[in-house]
Design a protein around this ligand. Structure first.
Ligand SMILES: [Fe+2]
Length: 360
């Protein structure tokens, strides 16, 4: 009898335990979230984009990956390249004036277009976490991969930021049969396509891996008034053959279905990687999912910016840029933006919270 009672109490406790983000800071309300990607600290222009960002006084800045160009299996060299970022005056100013969050992409992970077969992924994770001063007791130090989540603010003004890891668990993508491998097609788009991957039909292929998928499904059930999913690679734009979620369509679909299943209202995506900025939108039933891509804190590509993207909203820009989400809590709306080195807006797309709701 006593045993049954204990089981019932334990079950009740489990059911009532609210799922939370990995890090919770109820005292900080966010109205401006800045982000950026593709940052080569050795480039001379490195400080200017930070000036543009800091003009907007963001509450947090999210590094979306390719935060440095490591591209090595030598961990001492990787650490040295992180030190170039530490030495950049703009980065130092950013750190002083706002909170920095980060995930990685291929170049800081350690290898161009890298996947789970990169042999130094465990060591690289430690170098990354040490550089970004991840606390010793952080959950990120206890599991493979650097995915994590944050909740800021109190009920009614709660922002959740989910940082995905699109490298540690990912299978190798399929090369396009009609195009050559990257080294032969680099910077030479043809008919609006850059190169070199195509969507797979192999549904055993994964982008996030089982453990991260289970964690993500939990995270999508965390209460949030605005939810931002940060993916190093583009989630929506799929036609140009670069790395993106569209190369693993069943995983992209899985995420869309998950958002729908949990009615993850007020969710937007941010991404980097491609060396230009653009906004993309796809309808999941009646829900408009936006992906605000900002890439090129130090270098951009006009060719890539001109590649096909039928989901693009407005124009692409190949000026050096950072991203910005502004939230107007009084009006219940947010604005998806990208800015240049002067802080001037290149893209500004306001969306009311009421538009970002799953009806069924
Ligand atoms: Fe990348």
């Amino acid at each position: 009898m006593m045993k049954i009672l204990l089981i019932l109490i334990a079950t009740a406790c489990c059911l009532s335990a609210e799922i939370s983000s990995d890090v919770v800071d109820k005292d900080k309300t966010l109205t401006k979230i800045a982000f950026g990607a593709c940052n080569k600290p050795s480039r001379k222009k490195v400080t200017r984009i930070y000036d543009g960002v800091l003009k907007h006084n963001p509450d947090v800045f999210v590094f979306l990956g390719d935060n440095i160009y490591g591209d090595t299996e030598d961990m001492e060299l990787l650490k040295k390249r992180y030190q170039q970022l530490a030495a950049a005056k703009g980065y130092q100013k950013l750190q002083k004036q706002t909170q920095v969050l980060a995930t990685w992409d291929d170049h800081d992970y350690g290898v161009n277009d890298g996947a789970k077969d990169y042999p130094k992924r465990e060591q690289s994770q430690q170098v990354f976490l040490d550089f970004f001063a991840e606390p010793e007791d952080s959950v990120r130090r206890t599991r493979p991969g650097i995915h994590t989540s944050y909740s800021f603010g109190k009920d009614g003004k709660k922002v959740q930021i989910i940082l995905l890891d699109t490298r540690y668990f990912r299978d190798k993508l399929e090369y396009s049969k009609t195009k050559n491998k990257p080294s032969k097609t680099k910077n030479k788009p043809s008919k609006g396509k850059v190169g070199w991957y195509e969507p797979t039909k192999d549904t055993s292929m994964t982008l996030l891996g089982d453990a991260q998928w289970q964690w993500l499904e939990q995270q999508l059930q965390v209460k949030a008034d605005v939810r931002i999913i940060a993916s190093s690679i583009q989630m929506l734009a799929y036609e140009k053959g670069m790395e993106n979620w569209g190369n693993v369509p069943h995983e992209q679909q899985r995420l869309f279905e998950m958002l729908k299943k949990h009615k993850a209202n007020h969710t937007v995506v941010i991404s980097g990687d491609v060396h230009y900025t653009e906004l993309s939108k796809v309808m999941i039933g009646d829900y408009p999912l936006y992906d605000m891509t900002s890439s090129g804190m130090t270098h951009c590509s006009k060719n890539w910016a001109n590649a096909d993207n039928s989901l693009r909203v407005g124009k692409s820009h190949w000026e050096i840029n950072a991203g910005l989400i502004e939230i107007d809590w009084a009006k219940k709306s947010l604005s998806l933006c990208s800015i240049n080195q002067d802080g001037k807006k290149l893209i500004e797309h306001p969306v009311a919270f009421s538009e970002l709701e799953f009806s069924k």
